[in-house]
Design a protein around this ligand. Structure first.
Ligand SMILES: [Zn+2]
Length: 431
């Protein structure tokens, strides 16, 4: 039965309705318009709150939730040492229980921030087979979000065929779903042998998109040039891995030629400015991506859960990097947000990113009352300076109320956090 949100300010993705309604049924939006043309029953009066499309996160690691506050001996002098001293120590210990609870904690955080779809890059070398099914169960089936999952294939502990199989099986099993999908997860060029890339390429067969870290640290690019006599993207191309709709996370230290190759292969560059600044690995130069017309999408790399922070950091990082306040405009922000919807639309065979008839009913309600005139022309300026600081009140995913009035409906958040503290404590003791 159709459900209608009424008396809302609605940003449809292109137009702004001052006082409008949106009706949805069977997971899709069926009608949108001004209140004065609506004669049906309003199921929920939003009292002027803002309705807009829910967010997408194009690169994350939900298992990182268990690392919050964790203490390890940490004195890295390179990006690889950050992995060795922190993340690789932890992910080796993840089993079914840790994967499940980290997924639920992440789901709570994402939902509070209006995120409906995540592209998760998972790593649990000690528990590979079945790991993606756990993520699907907790994040999609239980929490009510949508997700595109993959397991990070890496040769850091020897060739890891199990991970390639996990990715391929999961992709095949979920091909028909509009809520869940898979990708071929690869860690990064510097931990992958030619043999593994060949096997992955054969399994992908030009059809399964890859999700990989690219030149997050400088050593990834120099390793590829020194060991394989090719830049990273050239190397992947040699192995026929530049598959359309693939995600290349970071791309901080790649050449203009590599950016061109990503662009021409219809790949997406996922930028994660907060994480990059936290790891002091450099800042992606969006100006260079723009010159090649490469599609940029926004992720968080598992650091924080609010796309708002990353949007703001991204803009500020570009202004700082190029030394001018005009280095990043509101239309740049708009393009990145729209690219991120396009990425999700390709993977889940659903239309995201607009409050319009036929689009997915993935809708967030934000408690934002503009203090100055807001129009479709200056919406992204309001987003950048104000909406990003306003609380997400409610979130509907595929038309289902996942959160209402700030309260998550699909999960017992208090109980999840209590259980997570216990499991995290046991995990930390094993480090
Ligand atoms: Zn990452």
């Amino acid at each position: 039965m159709a459900y209608t949100l009424g008396n809302a300010m609605i940003f449809t993705g292109s137009k702004l309705l001052d006082k409008g309604y949106v009706s949805f049924d069977n997971g899709k939006i069926i009608e949108v318009g001004p209140m004065d043309s609506f004669y049906g029953h309003v199921d929920r009066d939003l009292n002027s709150m803002l309705v807009m499309p829910a967010w997408i996160n194009a690169h994350t690691h939900v298992y990182s939730t268990l690392a919050r506050g964790m203490s390890v001996e940490f004195h890295p002098i390179s990006f690889t040492q950050i992995l060795q001293q922190l993340w690789w120590k932890m992910d080796r210990l993840l089993g079914a229980e840790e994967i499940g609870i980290s997924a639920l904690v992440a789901a709570c955080e994402f939902i509070h921030n209006g995120v409906a779809v995540i592209f998760d890059h998972h790593s649990s070398p000690g528990y590979v087979k079945g790991s993606l099914e756990i993520l699907k169960r907790e994040i999609v089936n239980i929490a009510g979000m949508r997700g595109v999952f993959c397991h990070e294939t890496s040769d850091r502990d020897g060739v890891q065929m199990e991970s390639i199989e996990e990715n391929a099986n999961f992709y095949e099993e979920n091909r028909e779903s509009r809520c869940v999908s898979g990708m071929m997860g690869l860690h990064a060029s510097f931990t992958l042998s030619d043999e593994t890339l060949d096997i992955a390429s054969k399994v992908c067969n030009g059809k399964i998109p890859i999700h990989v870290h690219v030149a997050e640290g400088r050593e990834d690019e120099s390793d590829s040039i020194n060991t394989h006599d090719a830049e990273i993207i050239q190397r992947f191309n040699r192995h026929r891995l530049l598959i359309p709709d693939s995600i290349y996370a970071h791309c901080i230290h790649i050449s203009d030629g590599e950016i061109d190759m990503i662009s021409k292969s219809n790949g997406f560059i996922a930028v994660n400015p907060q994480s990059n600044m936290n790891n002091a690995v450099g800042i992606p130069n969006l100006h260079r991506f723009k010159k090649s017309d490469a599609k940029v999408v926004l992720g968080n790399d598992g650091f924080g859960f609010s796309p708002s922070f990353d949007m703001r950091l991204l803009a500020l990082s570009q202004k700082h990097l190029l030394g001018t306040p005009t280095a990043f405009s509101h239309s740049d922000l708009r393009r990145i947000v729209e690219n991120t919807y396009e990425l999700a639309s390709h993977h889940l065979k659903e239309r995201f990113g607009k409050i319009e008839k036929g689009y997915a009913a993935d809708i967030m309600v934000v408690n934002y009352l503009p203090p100055t005139p807001m129009t479709s022309e200056n919406f992204y300026a309001h987003l950048f300076f104000g909406i990003t600081e306003s609380a997400v009140d409610s979130l509907y995913i595929a038309g289902k109320p996942v959160m209402c009035n700030g309260e998550i409906k699909t999960l017992n958040e208090r109980e999840i956090k209590r259980k997570a503290r216990k499991i995290a404590n046991a995990l930390w003791e094993r480090l």
